[in-house]
Ligand binder design. Sequence first.
Ligand SMILES: NC(=O)c1ccc[n+]([C@@H]2O[C@H](COP(=O)([O-])OP(=O)(O)OC[C@H]3O[C@@H](n4cnc5c(N)ncnc54)[C@H](O)[C@@H]3O)[C@@H](O)[C@H]2O)c1
Length: 253
Amino acid sequence: MFDLRDKVAVITGGRRGMGRAHALALSSRGAKVIVTDIDAKECALVVEEIKSKGSEAECFKMDVSNKKEVDAVFDEVIKKFGRLDILVNNAGIYISKPALDIIEENWEQMIHINLKGQFLCAQRAAKEMAKNKWGRIINVASIASGGVGIGIAGGAHYTASKGGVIGMTETLAVEWAPLGINVNVVAPGAIDTPMVNSADMSKEEMDALLQGIPLKRMGKPEEVSAMVVFLASEEASYITGATFYVDGGWLAQ
Ligand SMILES: NC(=O)c1ccc[n+]([C@@H]2O[C@H](COP(=O)([O-])OP(=O)(O)OC[C@H]3O[C@@H](n4cnc5c(N)ncnc54)[C@H](O)[C@@H]3O)[C@@H](O)[C@H]2O)c1
């Protein structure tokens, strides 16, 4: 099960955190992995690590909110690897700001990267996947994306972007089902990555948050990668348009 040999996967925001873990996990199942990020320097380290284990990988600088850059990188990937099977739309930012202080630029930056970026990559990827009538797109949202009763103070623009990801995914799943492309969402809870560690939260606030999670700890990036690998595989053939929460039981409270 979960054999990804001969599959080509693009991961956005892959230099660190969950993106890095997803790249390593997909490559461990045999996928050829293209690690992209707005910061290419650290991407190269991830690629080195994958290659040292004998797998194929490549890195590209790609700002997901820049259509020209997205198209150019996907063109290059297709030229080099001849196909595209899996896209993990992982790149994202979180900048905490009280709603009364958010200015238009803050709003636009968040929506451009977290929501428009996922659409640009998904659209370009789907054009390629449709040629083989097979594709898997995994969009990363968050437990803070609406509909489940989790509001995050300071994250009005973030939650709006992630809620948009879920709505967009359901529609793409419907439109692209006839093309053989399954589109799903992974919505993590609190995961131990640089994003969470740089969030504007005191130790006391973090402890209180973790006490509210049944498993009483943050998740590890690899614990989210397991879901990503499953959704990227043939075994997820009857799953599309769905959202999977990987949250240590947070929503079960
Ligand atoms: N860590 C958590 O608890 C948590 C919870 C829910 C959802 N998420 C989501 O998971 C995803 C991964 O987050 P993470 O926690 O690993 O954070 P992270 O900050 O470690 O990783 C995010 C990556 O995205 C890259 N990035 C930022 N802007 C970009 C752009 N314009 N183009 C390309 N790459 C860009 C960053 O350089 C970074 O490598 C994000 O979408 C985030 O919103 C994280």
